[in-house]
Write a protein that binds this ligand. Structure first.
Ligand code: ATP
Ligand code: MG
Length: 213
């Protein structure tokens, strides 16, 4: 059986990681072997880059926008080359927590980056790999922020991007919605302001009805 590539997108606290964890056993029950990964990160080197991108915080040398963009691209190139391609070739369902659309939403729409350039940089990094399905968990940023402040794993700590203003996160959200309009075949928008179970039910319905899972 051929591999299938699913990406989860959406603002901080939308429930991406929660839904990834709920989807894995559902796929296993359908006898589909599944590989969970995330961006930035996913391989040892890419995880090192993740750590820099998320936590490097030296006021005498702030991470400039271009460096941030290129760090994400470097992490992604490594991840696709050393992991995602192989897993797909071996027939697994690969689920990636954030992917190319995150870069467009954050570094593009929210930081006013050059969208066309970022699209081609993304493409260069992934050598043309496009997700079969992207699940966009849509949520107002204030709502996501509230969830994160309660998240036990991080006890309310914000990383460099999470610490951006609500205005920034509103631009992220609008950026995602613009992408969903641009790529309606690939990106499904899911209302994430509901219970985890309701969101999960939507996701599995999409997989069953449109992708023969
Ligand atoms: N549908 C939901 N309703 C209420 N709370 C939720 C829901 N989904 C997840 N949560 C909780 O909200 C917090 C954030 O969820 P989660 O970590 O899955 O979000 P995320 O999209 O992965 O965030 P990030 O972008 O920071 O990785 C967690 O504490 C989680 O338990
Ligand atoms: Mg997460």
């Amino acid at each position: 059986m051929e591999g299938f590539f699913i990406t989860f997108e959406g603002p901080e606290g939308a429930g991406k990681t929660t839904q990834v964890k709920m989807l894995e056993p559902w796929l296993a029950a359908k006898q589909r072997s599944c590989r969970i990964t995330r961006e930035p990160g996913g391989t040892p080197l890419a995880e090192k880059i993740r750590n820099v991108v998320k936590h490097y915080n030296d006021s005498s040398e702030p991470v400039c926008d271009k460096a941030e963009l290129l760090l994400f691209a470097a992490s992604r190139a490594q991840h696709v080359h050393h992991l995602i391609r192989r897993e797909l070739r071996e027939g697994h369902v690969v689920i990636c927590d954030r992917f190319t659309d995150s870069t467009l939403a954050y570094q593009g729409y929210a930081r006013n980056g050059d969208i066309e350039f970022i699209e081609s940089l993304n493409n260069y990094a992934v050598e043309g790999l496009v997700p079969d399905l992207t699940l966009l968990l849509d949520l107002p940023p204030a709502n996501g922020r509230m969830r994160i402040s309660y998240r036990p794993e991080t006890s309310g700590m914000h990383d460099r991007l999470e610490a951006e203003s609500l205005t920034f996160h509103e631009k992220v959200r609008q950026g995602y919605l613009t992408l969903a309009q641009k790529y309606p075949e690939r990106i499904r928008v899911i209302d994430a302001a509901r219970t985890p179970e309701a969101i999960h039910a939507d996701i599995t319905r999409i997989l069953e009805e449109h992708y023969e899972f």
